[in-house]
Design a protein around this ligand. Structure first.
Ligand code: CP
Length: 284
């Protein structure tokens, strides 16, 4: 069909009556198995692992991203979710660059949301997969020294991880250049190179270039705050390096650091994302 002119009056009424018939026989429109992945911000790991987990669980999956949806025509997230709910979709995986976007969606009845990252505030599934990666290595989340280095001020990964770790008895120490530090007197910043040899876990945080007003550059960042094949030798025997990804190579992690190094658990984190997200989807 190209134009309405192709339809006769009888055909129009016939189509409308058939649609009403389907609507009346389709009273259970809401399908708990339907899920929409709404990614307003770019993602590789979170998006693909959620989608793979959903498909492996036999869910009915719909993907919506910013560029190809009416979000790009300034439709709000609230209106987008209400629209998809009208099609019977009531489970949502949502990532947005707006911190706590989900607060605007709490009034929509009968939907479930898993937050796939909001602005610089929360990334709960990342925190869980990070904790799983540490737990696999040490069989515990207690009695560890965890050194976190990077873009503390903009990192939702940091924010969610410290919330998660507040349930356990480990020591968290933080390192960052002044301009990437959070304005929080409770955080005592340490010298990365000095603390590297005593840490069990080293978490590198990505410089969030997209959240910086001015282009962020710092000479010798990797030497002072990052991991390379020289300083990796100073780590404890069982210590591990993590990074939520995506990596800025030569900044947080030098090019010469290989995924094959047994201390580098970055691809293990990626893998664990699939399993953590599957568990969360099963609980919807
Ligand atoms: N760690 C993380 O959230 O990666 P993506 O942005 O690729 O999903």
């Amino acid at each position: 069909m190209f134009t309405i002119k192709q339809l006769s009056k009888q055909e129009i009424i016939s189509i409308i009556k058939k649609a009403i018939n389907i609507k009346q026989n389709n009273s259970k429109l809401i399908n708990n198995n339907s899920i929409a992945n709404i990614f307003i911000e770019p993602s590789t790991r979170t998006k693909i692992s959620f989608e793979k987990a959903e498909r492996e669980l036999g869910m009915d999956v719909y993907n919506l991203d910013y560029d190809s949806s009416s979000l790009n025509k300034k439709e709000s997230l609230y209106d987008t979710v209400c629209t998809l709910k009208s099609y019977g979709i009531n489970n949502f995986i949502i990532r947005s660059n707006e911190s706590e976007y989900w607060k605007n969606l709490l009034t929509i009845n009968d939907i479930k949301i898993i937050n796939a990252g909001d602005g610089s505030k929360n990334h709960p599934t990342q925190a869980l997969l990070d904790a799983m990666t540490i737990y696999e290595q040490f069989k515990s989340l207690d009695n560890l020294t965890i050194l976190i280095s990077g873009d503390i001020v903009n990192s939702r990964v940091y924010h969610s991880f410290i919330q998660l770790m507040s349930n356990f008895n480990s020591k968290l120490i933080v390192s960052a250049p002044k301009e990437l530090q959070k304005n929080d007197l409770k955080i005592k910043y340490v010298n990365f190179s000095e603390k590297l040899p005593i840490a069990d876990v080293i978490i590198m945080l990505r410089i969030q270039h997209e959240r910086h007003k001015n282009k962020y550059t710092q000479q010798n960042y990797n030497k002072k705050y990052g991991i390379n094949n020289t300083n990796i030798k100073n780590m404890k025997k069982n210590a591990i390096v993590m990074h939520p990804g995506p990596i800025n190579r030569e900044i947080e992690i030098a090019n010469d650091v290989s995924y094959d190094d047994p201390k580098i658990k970055i691809l293990e984190q990626v893998k664990n994302g699939l399993y953590i997200r599957k568990v969360l989807l099963e609980s919807l």
